[in-house]
Design a protein around this ligand. Structure first.
Ligand SMILES: [Zn+2]
Ligand SMILES: [Zn+2]
Length: 308
């Protein structure tokens, strides 16, 4: 049997082919130097494909194809990432958010790709009600590293996790991804810039190639993270068990962890402070997903297990 490894990748990245501030080559080098196995350069309405000599490619992670299909005329930003597309996808120019989202998703699928709904709370564009009117997308961003993605919601607006739970509770099978949405690489780094290294996914794939990575992602065989590392994981309708890779810092202190298991309608099913948190689902749970919170503010999100 083939041993499968976690392969680390970022699915949402900009370069000078859209509004990023560094070249595709340098951006790819940054991710390689920082331990990423693979990377999607997802420029706005541009399919960035890097080709280089063997010596150049050795400085890059595996590059998988993607585009941030970006509607410019919709009443709020409708940005849909297309993964594994075989050609450039033209964005919908509809003024209506739901129509633009639908057309972008349909065009991505027609181009052989998988669609991900990006940053719902960016400029407070839309929430679960709009997303429930659109079919066919496989992913949504449950963390986006852009400083104005408003992941946590507030003031009466749902968090992106709340939006995810609402979709899942209404029968949608959508996987949650964490991404950088990085734009700023060469100026200073800071909380109001969209710098790299903030959110990623770890995919369980047999080999490091685009097909295996996207096949595993389509099955939900991955987790999303902003810094929490999972060593191994069992997730099925009988048992969910997570082995957290704990961190020990230079001064000898250890990061501490709490894990929340969430079910239908966002209900808290179980909370654990173990480094191997576990939960046995019941048919009444609807679905079960886990969020690991660390004392440093980093998190990991496992994909939902559906009980039917
Ligand atoms: Zn965007
Ligand atoms: Zn973006």
């Amino acid at each position: 049997m083939t041993q499968k490894n976690w392969l680390k990748g970022n699915l949402h990245t900009h370069t000078t082919n859209s509004d990023g501030d560094d070249s595709p080559e340098h951006v790819a080098e940054w991710y390689h130097e920082h331990g990423y196995d693979w990377l999607c350069l997802s420029d706005h309405n541009h399919l960035t494909i890097l080709e280089g000599s063997d010596a150049e490619m050795a400085k890059w992670p595996l590059l998988v194809r993607g585009e941030e299909v970006t509607s410019r005329n919709s009443s709020g930003p409708v940005h849909v990432n297309g993964y594994g597309i075989t050609e450039l996808v033209e964005a919908s120019d509809s003024a209506d958010i739901v129509t633009a989202m639908r057309e972008n998703v349909e065009r991505i699928i027609a181009a052989g790709g998988m669609a991900s709904i990006n940053h719902p709370n960016f400029r407070w564009a839309f929430d679960n009600r709009a997303m429930m009117q659109v079919e066919g997308y496989k992913f949504m961003e449950v963390f986006n590293g852009h400083p104005f993605a408003h992941n946590d919601g507030g003031g009466g607006r749902a968090s992106v996790l709340g939006i995810w739970d609402s979709l899942l509770s209404n029968g949608r099978r959508v996987w949650g991804i964490a991404v950088d949405d990085s734009h700023n690489y060469i100026t200073e780094f800071g909380p109001n810039l969209s710098n790299p290294g903030r959110g990623w996914v770890q995919v369980k794939a047999a080999t490091l190639n685009q097909q295996d990575i996207f096949d595993a992602m389509a099955e939900g065989d991955f987790y999303a993270s902003t810094g929490v590392t999972i060593g191994d994981m069992v997730a099925n309708t009988r048992e969910i068990q997570i082995d957290i890779d704990t961190e020990t810092h230079d001064d000898g202190t250890q990061t501490k962890y709490s894990t929340l298991f969430t079910g239908a309608n966002g209900r808290l099913l179980h909370e654990s402070t173990s480094i191997s948190p576990a939960y046995k689902p019941t048919p009444l749970d609807g679905y079960v997903r886990a969020t690991v919170y660390s004392s440093r503010g980093t998190r990991a999100w496992t994909q939902p297990v559906f009980m039917d």
